[in-house]
Ligand binder design. Structure first.
Ligand code: IVH
Length: 675
């Protein structure tokens, strides 16, 4: 395409998305893709200077003031920031900065830098006159913003009155944001009400601030970090940016604690890198790090381009949201027969890995998100969290795309899928469904249960297809000769697998109970039954009432366990396990052993068999401590899925043993760390 045409096209696309982002708070593109468009435009304008114009969106701050709120003229313009995306680009900015420092005759001066977090919210300027909050405005186009005073007044962390001695006029600038906790709570409510979900905390914060009714804003619990000053009349002489933060804090404004004065640009990159790794340790979202020249005098001398100051730069993190094509929605069947829809995506690199599949949880979630095969969708992968389809890009939806319909039959065995009235989940009720059988065997071999290394999803699948496994009892009947006949299965791996199977025979009774895949019976319940009854036979022979009387085992679990042992095919499984010499005994005490006295076990992340509370109760019930944070006194840290990164990092730093769920069960049973 002719560069002039492409430049025009890019400007029009960017203006369209600017409008969606700033005016309607409903962006259709993730920021990362918007940044790419802007980059392309800037590069073209640089290569073809004759195409550059003053009103290009590359030169003006993106927002447009809308008609919903009164306009407010910013006496000091609210500028945007230039972005960099890599160490090289950051270095190039440093180079430009150094040249500029030379040009203004300040060479030889050490240029101290301050790094702060780039909060993913929206910028506002709040004006105080004679100590009273009188006006608050959004950034708008940088010169004119929108009057959102009534709404900003509802932000509880902001002072309405400043302490005596505050400047006659002071404009405090910063970022309004929504905490992740608040965002999740809001979306939980939306889901309960069957309403569409909010896409991310930033858009939700922006939408919440631009409500006509301040009561709605108030209900959204918005927060604020201050980081700049606008117009100031009668304030103290501040020498550097760092002092600005101290001054803001002294007036009662929230100041983000993560502000660091840096010696050099090298430190700046290391700092950005650190925050890229730790961004999810925070209670709010950030999309980068902002580096600013500390000396306010030097800032003034360095000045600004039409759009952004030369004394600051935003180092943006790689995207955690990207768009891609939703190729299909399929349904997988789990060990309990649960039918889970999942998205088959055109592979996309996002959040540090390539994503081709993402769960859609259940029918209602697909409905709420209204994603349809053929849609362009936004995919999000944040840190260790599993990838998620956020929603469709509606402007890209091809005509005539029909809503997706949940299949009526199990895709594996063809049985009718059933969704009980009060549940959100469809199930395949066919106990012999190959997907259920394989899922149950995989679960038996998994780490939280019998922990058989080498018996993962693919091998279980293969052995089932070959007719070697029909239930978990068959695991102990696998024979070396038969396994060696299987293509590509080498002696070493056969021996390793058989050793692992042999080793699993002595797992504690609680692990075996977990592995039996009894509906509703969690790790905590298994442990309670194992310690109370001391033997699988005693559990099998117990009445429903006796089972329900055990602490931590309610009527639902008791009924489920009792029903399980009343089923002949399950008794057949138990017979196979017994014949194979699998341990059926637990600690033979009716009271919990106080084997964790003096130990402190911290639990982080979710475990398959325990909620966080259950895990803590299990430790405390055995005489141990289970505090909420890691210290030198911690004996071990149990790490489930989606753990708090700070706890894991701290444990690593202090050299404290990290355990998985199987290790946790071992500690509970024996009072000692796994060897
Ligand atoms: S300073 C003249 N500091 O990022 C400098 N901005 O992409 C003005 N932002 O409009 C901005 N955290 O909405 C600054 N610590 C921070 C920030 C920050 C987030 C936002 C702000 C700004 C945008 C530019």
């Amino acid at each position: 395409m002719d560069p002039a045409e492409r430049v025009e096209e890019l400007r029009s696309i960017i203006r369209h998305h600017n409008r969606l982002y700033y005016e309607q708070d409903s962006p259709e593109l993730p920021d990362s893709e918007f940044d790419l468009l802007m980059r392309e435009l800037m590069e073209l304008e640089e290569s073809y200077p004759e195409l550059a114009t003053d009103d290009s969106p590359s030169r003006v701050v993106g927002g447009f003031a809308s008609t919903t709120f009164d306009p407010v003229e910013h006496r000091v313009p609210m500028m945007s920031l230039d972005n960099v995306f890599s160490a090289e680009e950051l270095e190039a900015w440093g180079g430009r900065l150094a040249r500029r420092v030379d040009e203004i005759g300040a060479s030889g001066r050490t240029v101290e830098l301050v790094a702060e977090l780039k909060i993913d919210g929206l910028a506002v300027s709040i004006r105080y006159e004679n100590g009273q909050l009188v006006q608050a405005a959004t950034r708008g186009d940088g010169r004119t913003g929108e009057d959102v005073t009534a709404n900003v007044r509802t932000i509880s962390v902001l002072p309405h009155t400043l302490p005596a001695g505050a400047p006659e006029v002071i404009e405090v600038r910063g970022e309004v944001y929504m905490s992740i906790e608040m965002f999740k709570a809001l979306n939980d409510t939306q889901a309960d009400l069957g309403k569409p979900l909010f896409v991310n905390p930033r858009n939700t914060a922006a939408g919440s601030l631009r409500q006509k009714d301040p009561a709605v804003t108030a209900s959204r619990n918005l927060s604020f970090w201050s980081y700049q000053l606008g117009e100031v009349v009668g304030g103290p002489e501040l020498a550097n940016h760092h002092e600005t933060f101290e001054f803001l804090a002294s007036l009662g404004f929230p100041v983000n604690p993560e502000v660091t004065v840096l010696g050099s640009l090298n430190d700046a990159y290391a700092h950005c890198n650190k925050w890229e790794q730790h961004r999810h340790d925070l209670a709010y979202e950030i999309d980068g790090v902002v580096i600013k020249v500390n000396d306010l005098g030097l800032q003034r001398e360095l000045g600004a381009t039409a759009k952004a100051p030369r004394w600051a730069i935003a180092y943006k993190f790689p995207p955690e949201e990207r768009t891609t094509k939703l190729l299909d929605i399929q349904v997988s069947i789990g060990r309990t027969g649960r039918a889970t829809p999942f998205a088959c995506l055109e592979p996309v690199f996002v959040g540090g890995s390539t994503v081709a599949l993402a769960t859609l949880h259940n029918q209602d979630q697909v409905g709420v998100k209204d994603v349809r095969p053929g849609d362009t969708v936004i995919v999000r992968k944040a840190g260790d969290v599993i990838p998620e389809v956020v929603g469709p890009v509606l402007s890209e939806r091809p005509d005539g795309l029909e809503p997706w319909v949940f299949p009526t039959n199990c895709p594996v065995c063809g049985h009718v899928l059933v969704r009980p009235e009060d549940e959100s989940v469809h199930r395949c009720l066919n106990l012999a469904c190959p997907a259920r059988v394989a899922g149950a065997i995989e679960h038996f071999a998994s780490r939280g249960a019998m922990d058989i290394k080498g018996l993962g999803e693919q091998r279980v699948q293969l052995f089932c297809e070959l007719g070697l496994l029909r239930d978990v009892g068959d695991v102990y009947a696998l024979e070396a000769d038969r396994l060696r006949e299987i293509d590509k299965f080498q002696d070493v791996s056969v021996n390793k697998l058989l050793d692992a199977i042999e080793g699993s025979k002595s797992r504690p009774l609680a692990n075996l109970l977990v592995g039996l895949n009894i509906r509703h019976l969690s790790g905590a319940g298994s442990l309670a039954l194992a310690t109370h009854f001391g033997h699988l036979d005693a559990i099998q022979n117990a009445s429903e009432e006796e089972l329900a009387a055990v602490e931590g085992v309610g009527a639902v679990i008791a009924r489920s366990v009792h029903d399980w042992f009343a089923d002949d095919s399950n008794l057949g499984v138990v017979a196979k396990l017994r014949a194979a010499g699998v341990n059926l005994e637990g600690p033979a005490v009716s009271e919990l052993p106080q084997n964790l006295v003096g130990l402190s076990v911290v639990v982080t992340g979710s475990l398959a068999g325990f909620t966080r509370d259950e895990a803590e109760v299990a430790v405390k019930a055995r005489g141990g401590k289970s505090p909420g944070s890691v210290s030198k006194k911690t004996t071990a840290v149990v790490v489930g899925s989606d753990p708090g990164a700070s706890k894991v990092t701290k444990a690593e730093e202090l050299g404290i043993p990290i355990l998985d769920e199987a290790g946790f069960l071992h500690v509970l049973e024996t009072g000692t760390l796994p060897g």
